[in-house]
Design a protein around this ligand. Structure first.
Ligand code: C2E
Ligand code: MG
Ligand code: MG
Ligand code: MG
Length: 277
């Protein structure tokens, strides 16, 4: 297509492509150095029970501010980490940091609530994922029941038996398995039966304008019915309005996460929340 636009346009096209690949390389180098220096932090977003309005768990979300102090969204650098083979290191950092944080809440004598970790599908395909989880739990002396993993549907494109085995082993450690962004991927409903899964998280895109959007209402409704039949727990992601909470509660959705209740928060704010729990 670029060629048909003529030479000068082609040149322009080429330059911007060059610029973007250079930016890519720049960001990759920044990410490498961030990994070396462990320049990441975690924030935690509460998951709330819709019946009791109580916080029942948290999701750990990685944060990165580059050398210049600029916020880089995980939606940008996680895909980059996946493409460049850096995801295992990022994932290891997240696992360690999460377990360390849970341990320090435990040491304070606080009532513990499970924390969910996002595991990239790429990371899921690396060797030794289960061992890494087992070792981290042992190292920090925390029960597996205090961890959940969130995986996306793309994991299920892989060898079904292999995935099933890995998930089963994680479950044997006590770890809860959730499918993140549910409804956005292309997946056979078959795997929901075959794989050891505990939770479906309805993707934010279906929740964000739930009220009055009949398309989204139908999708949320269908996922809730499906989950009930398969005896899976449902978490609605990205809940921002009372109207969407009403819709979800009426249809038996157990848990919700979103700015309506809490934004992702610093560990110190979680400590305060746990003290009052
Ligand atoms: P996700 O796992 O689906 O996480 C939910 C995202 O929605 C988070 O964005 C969260 O801050 C945001 N969110 C929560 N409630 C609301 C709401 O009410 N409204 C809106 N507009 N947004 C809400 P965040 O932290 O930017 O993360 C984006 C994605 O990056 C995550 O999606 C996840 O796929 C990935 N990610 C984040 N942390 C990690 C990590 O530690 N490891 C891996 N592998 N991926 C991560
Ligand atoms: Mg998630
Ligand atoms: Mg999600
Ligand atoms: Mg997501």
């Amino acid at each position: 297509r670029a060629k048909s636009l003529g030479k000068s346009n082609f040149q322009f096209f080429d330059d911007s492509l060059e610029a973007s690949s250079q930016f890519h390389l720049y960001l990759e180098n920044q990410l490498r150095s961030a990994i070396e220096k462990a320049q990441f932090s975690l924030v935690f977003q509460p998951k709330v029970c819709l019946k009791t309005q109580k916080v029942t768990a948290f999701e750990a979300l990685i944060r990165w501010f580059d050398e210049g102090g600029n916020f880089v969204s995980p939606a940008d650098f996680i895909p980059l980490a996946e493409q460049t083979g850096l995801i295992e290191k990022v994932g290891s950092w997240v696992l360690e940091a999460t377990c360390q944080q849970i341990k320090s809440w435990k040491d304070l004598g606080l009532p513990l609530l499970p924390v969910a970790i996002n595991v990239s599908p790429v990371e899921f395909n690396c060797q030794g994922l289960v061992d890494r989880f087992r070792q981290a739990l042992e190292k920090y002396g925390i029960p597996g029941e205090m961890l959940e993993i969130e995986i996306t549907e793309s994991v299920f494109f892989e060898d079904m038996n292999k995935m099933s085995e890995i998930l089963q082993k994680l479950r044997e450690l006590g770890i809860t398995v959730a499918v993140d962004d549910f409804g956005t991927g292309f997946s056979s409903l078959q795997y929901l039966h075959q794989l050891p899964i505990d939770v479906l998280k309805i993707d934010r895109s279906f929740i964000i304008d739930l009220e009055g959007n009949s398309h989204n209402e139908a999708i949320a409704d269908t996922i809730l019915t499906l989950a009930r039949n398969l005896k899976l727990t449902v978490v609605a992601e990205g809940v921002e309005t009372q109207a969407s909470i009403d819709f979800l509660s009426e249809r038996g959705c157990e848990l919700a996460q979103g700015y309506f209740f809490y934004k992702p928060m610093q560990a110190s704010d979680v400590t305060a929340l746990l003290i009052n729990h």
